[in-house]
Design a binder for this molecule. Structure first.
Ligand code: PRX
Length: 648
């Protein structure tokens, strides 16, 4: 694999889009209308961001009342489309209310369970739930915690909240009870939505049980709405719990959509950062609607007859933006799948693509590498000729996985849109369009209206060398701060360089202006595309009574991108044992979620630290990977570095 990679990097192949793809693309048609001839001219012209984003809004959404100014920029907060009256639900739902067109084709994990939900039906279901929520007192600005798997109840809950002007905050259903509790408490939600359970790898995951555990210590929560998915027996709290089907049964299927300011909050989504506590990223209605809809329309080129499958989980930003809001705004048909990719067998995805004649597929490098590992024979059983475009997101895609995706899934007929973006950016930022020449492993160039660069430590742009990825100008989908933590917002994104947004990624721009994102800086891990803070894992470990100190690092992993290694110092007198190792792993699983369990736990007597007592993860990682540790003489205990290799 290493050898292939080197060959591919040297080869510098460029994959040009076909003339047909270019000429029929949404972006090209728009360029023709504007008299813009080339891709470069488009990028140049869109440097006038106010002009560009106003045009993008015209292409995608309709204001209830038009805006005063395209942009107001103050103290690193952007107010896009000021004073416009809006609610994303007008575009995502209400405007489609009479359509019989299918909004979601949903597949449950148990085979044969398929549900097709038309726009009309979706509209009615959302209204019923919104009315029930209204009866319970949910109103504009209230936070609602949602803990649901990949079932239609999830987008329905999101839209019902948005309809009332309430703020949804979704916690990934793979996260633990503790993670859910922490988020609910941070946002002081009075209402939560969950379900009895869901299917994963043939088993029932009892989600209500986890929610019950979380809600033991959430003083703000008054009511818990429970959707019946599996029909399993669940514990019931008479004072708190309400069955979804009972509270919606008698409600009307019409519900007025709250008219909001374009800049009002749509949702909070927690993500990992440099500290042990996840940060609540805030997104608004208007700017977010424009940013997500125009990127989906142009990058994935969706048209009336496309069947779109963004195979992410709605619990992450990819699902918020590109399973729920943008596809609904564009009125396309989306596929949603509840379960595991290899259930009952390794060809479940290819079966789904074949069955629903999916035309555009969007997934992650981890998934692609996993399918490579399963082998091509699983793909060959199915007809994938409906596919016309492919996408990748979440982590850097290695050229070898890119080539495999191109050859075996796309049959050398589909361009691959490698989209770089973040929870914070709301929408794609660095990404090809169907008119862009591709280089395997590069996310190519910034989307029109986005300006990016790579800076060295001194804040100067550098070419062909690794540096910090920065965004130079505001964009409509950008975050509107961190919930209840304005200081952290300023420190995390705006302190290192004045007036540019720090992404926290290391990247390189080549001499053609193509971006090569190499990965996160040292404080955040990417495991199977999931973003986990090193310090979250460390805090989880030290919350165990037998652990004194811990350091978590990422190691390159062939399928997952990164795997987690944790170095642990036990409290004095604690005996090392295999049981304890297992117990600590499960403890992290319980604190955060299974995906954060370390692959490897190693016990040591000491960890390298600075004189001020900060554990030097960078040095630990370099030592473990056999790289240069740099000058360690200033550490308070340089001898601890060698000791790492003797860890048990
Ligand atoms: O490190 C980058 C990586 O994922 C991070 C953002 O993670 P999250 O907020 O969970 O959002 C993931 C889905 C948008 C980025 O800082 N990342 C995302 N897309 C790419 C990527 N790294 C390289 N190439 C990408 N296409």
């Amino acid at each position: 694999m290493e050898k292939d990679l080197v060959v591919l990097l040297k080869e510098k192949r460029v994959f040009k889009p076909s003339k047909e793809l270019i000429e029929n693309s949404n972006v090209k048609k728009w360029m023709n209308k504007q008299g813009i001839k080339t891709y470069n001219e488009l990028l140049e012209k869109a440097k006038d961001i106010e002009w560009f984003w106003e045009e993008a809004a015209k292409e995608t959404i309709e204001w209830k009342k038009p805006f005063d100014k395209v942009l107001e920029w103050e103290n690193h907060y952007a107010n896009w489309f000021t004073k416009a009256q809006y609610n994303i639900v007008f575009d995502a739902l209400d405007k489609h209310k009479d359509k019989d067109k299918i909004a979601f084709i949903w597949e449950g994990e148990p085979e044969g369970e398929i549900e097709k939900i038309s726009y009309k039906k979706l509209y009615k279901e959302v209204n019923k739930l919104a009315n029930a929520m209204k009866t319970m007192g949910v109103k504009k600005g209230d936070r609602v915690g949602i803990y649901l798997p990949m079932i239609p109840a999830l987008p329905i809950s999101m839209l019902a909240c948005a309809k009332l002007g309430a703020i949804h905050s979704i916690v990934f259903s793979g996260f633990s009870a503790n993670a859910f509790r922490e988020r609910v408490n941070d946002e002081t939600a009075k209402w939560v939505v969950t379900c009895d359970g869901f299917y994963r790898r043939g088993k029932i995951i009892p989600l209500k049980k986890a929610a019950d555990e979380a809600l033991l210590e959430t003083p703000s929560v008054e009511k818990c709405i429970v959707f019946k998915r599996t029909g399993e027996q669940v514990e019931w709290n008479e004072k708190r719990d309400l069955w979804w089907h009972e509270i919606t049964e008698k409600e009307s299927d019409e519900c007025e959509t709250e008219i909001l300011d374009s800049n009002d909050t749509l949702f909070i989504l927690y993500t990992s950062g440099t500290t042990g506590k996840p940060k609540g990223i805030i997104h608004d209605h208007g700017g977010y609607a424009v940013g997500t809809a125009i990127t989906l329309k142009w990058v994935f080129d969706l048209k009336e007859n496309d069947v779109w499958w963004c195979a992410a989980d709605i619990g992450w930003i990819t699902g918020h933006s590109y399973i729920v809001y943008a596809p609904l705004i564009l009125g396309v048909t989306s596929v949603m799948y509840e379960g595991a990719p290899n259930f009952p067998e390794a060809d479940r995805w290819w079966e789904i693509i074949d069955r629903h004649k999916i035309s555009v597929l969007y997934t992650s490098p981890t998934a692609i590498r996993m399918f490579m590992h399963f082998g091509e024979e699983w793909i060959e059983k199915h007809d994938l000729s409906s596919l016309r475009l492919l996408g990748s997101v979440g982590e850097p895609i290695n050229p070898e996985a890119w080539m495999w995706y191109y050859k075996y899934i796309g049959k050398e007929n589909c361009q691959i849109m490698d989209t770089w973006w973040q929870t914070e950016t709301g929408n794609h930022c660095i990404t090809p369009l169907p008119i862009t020449d591709l280089k395997p492993g590069s996310a190519t160039k910034p989307f029109p209206g986005i300006q990016a660069d790579v800076f060295n430590r001194e804040g100067k742009p550098i070419v062909d060398a690794g540096g910090e990825l920065v965004l130079l100008k505001p964009w409509p989908g950008m975050l509107k701060g961190i919930y209840k933590n304005p200081d952290k917002y300023q420190k995390t994104y705006w302190e290192m360089y004045p007036e540019v947004y720090l992404a926290g990624d290391v990247a390189r721009v080549d001499s053609d202006g193509y971006f090569w994102v190499q990965g996160r800086d040292s404080d955040v891990l990417k495991v199977s595309g999931h973003r986990i803070g090193n310090s979250e894992i460390e805090s989880a470990l030290v919350s165990h009574p037998l652990v004194a100190e811990a350091a978590a690092i990422g190691k390159p992993h062939e399928i997952k991108g990164e795997s987690i290694t944790a170095f642990v110092i036990l409290k004095k007198g604690t005996e090392i044992s295999e049981e304890l190792r297992k117990e600590l792993r499960e403890h992290v699983g319980k604190e955060i979620g299974k995906l954060a369990r370390p692959d490897e736990i190693l016990f040591v007597e000491a960890l390298p630290k600075t004189r001020s007592g900060k554990i030097m993860r960078r040095v630990i990682k370099a030592k473990v990977l056999g790289k240069d540790t740099g000058n360690i003489s200033t550490l308070s205990n340089p001898e601890a570095v060698e000791e790492l290799l003797k860890a048990k």
